[in-house]
Design a binder for this molecule. Structure first.
Ligand SMILES: C[S@@+](CC[C@H](N)C(=O)[O-])C[C@H]1O[C@@H](n2cnc3c(N)ncnc32)[C@H](O)[C@@H]1O
Length: 288
């Protein structure tokens, strides 16, 4: 795999996903896959994946969905997972090797910059890998070009923060303890940049897609797939926006934050884990 320089419009994302972000996703891969699986499964169901199809998995990360897609398309189909993160793709290669699948491949590339394949895929898919582009219209034009005529697009992205208690609950617990964070614009690249369904429709339409549908998928998740409260607390403080809030915090503030997060999560503890609301959009479209 040739190296990807932290340059171009997504330099900060390339740096993040090859550094702290990617390292944490690899470390917590099982927990994240358990938690995110229902969203990927729903996007695959709405995509109507068929045997023999060629699928592009955008921002495939550690490869969980690429492997599921490769099983769904079978030996007559194939899946190409593309991502900017070397450590996550290394994990994806390892996972694919363990599964002994021969129809799944991984490529290190920025979807916005390319080069991507052209006229090669029946389906472009993503589980939460499309919200980090500096120029999403350019990125989705590349995805459009990568699809064959009549090709489909299906992805999961997050609705707004208040619909996602699995993230907001820790932020509310930590915010009173730390200085206010720098403001994030609603369209700035990041997990919630596709929260506005009208914006998503606009981006896809400008990129050339038709038959655009943005449907809510509201559910509950077991935080980090963890059954034990203290593991869910550790997960909360290691990954997600609360982590960034506590980045430069002294030890006494961290200890206090741990207590407040624990108390907030305890209320939601069940036999299935710490159950919290989560809301995604399942977006589908066509290359007309
Ligand atoms: C939240 S993670 C999701 C990973 C994976 N799809 C999953 O569900 O576990 C977002 C992924 O998008 C990737 N990503 C961000 N910007 C990208 C870009 N411009 N091109 C390709 N991948 C990108 C990141 O490296 C990361 O793996």
């Amino acid at each position: 795999m040739t190296k990807l320089e932290a340059a171009g419009p997504n330099a900060d994302q390339i740096q993040f996903w090859n550094g702290e972000g990617g390292e944490k996703f690899v470390r917590y891969q099982n927990a994240l896959d358990l938690m995110l699986k229902p969203f990927g499964d729903e996007a695959m169901r709405r995509a109507g994946v068929k045997a023999g199809e060629a699928v592009l998995d955008i921002g495939c990360g550690c490869g969980d969905t690429s492997i599921d897609l490769a099983m769904a398309v079978g030996v007559t189909g194939e899946v190409v997972g593309v991502d900017i993160s070397e450590p996550m793709l290394a994990r994806a290669e390892y996972m694919a090797g363990q599964s002994e699948l021969t129809n799944v491949f991984f490529e290190l590339a920025d979807v916005e910059v390319g080069p991507l394949h052209s006229d090669s895929f029946d389906l472009a898919f993503s589980r939460f890998g499309v919200m980090f582009f500096r120029n999403p219209v350019t990125a989705f034009r590349n995805v459009h070009t990568a699809l064959r005529d009549g090709g489909r697009l299906a992805f999961a992205c997050w609705q707004a923060l208040p619909k996602n208690q699995w993230v907001s609950i820790q932020m509310q617990a930590v915010l009173p303890l730390v200085p206010p964070p720098p403001p994030v614009g609603p369209e700035d690249p990041g997990p919630f940049s596709f929260a506005d369904a009208a914006r998503v429709r606009g981006i896809l339409s400008q990129a050339g897609f038709t038959e655009i549908a943005v449907e809510p998928f509201d559910t509950e998740v077991a935080l980090g797939g963890m059954l034990v409260l203290d593991d869910a607390v550790d997960f909360s403080l290691e990954i997600g926006p609360a982590t960034a809030l506590l980045k430069d915090a002294p030890d006494d503030v961290r200890a206090k934050a741990r207590d407040t997060v624990r108390a907030a999560l305890q209320v939601h503890q069940t036999k299935r884990g710490v159950m919290l609301a989560a809301g995604a959009w399942i977006v589908t479209a066509k290359k007309g």
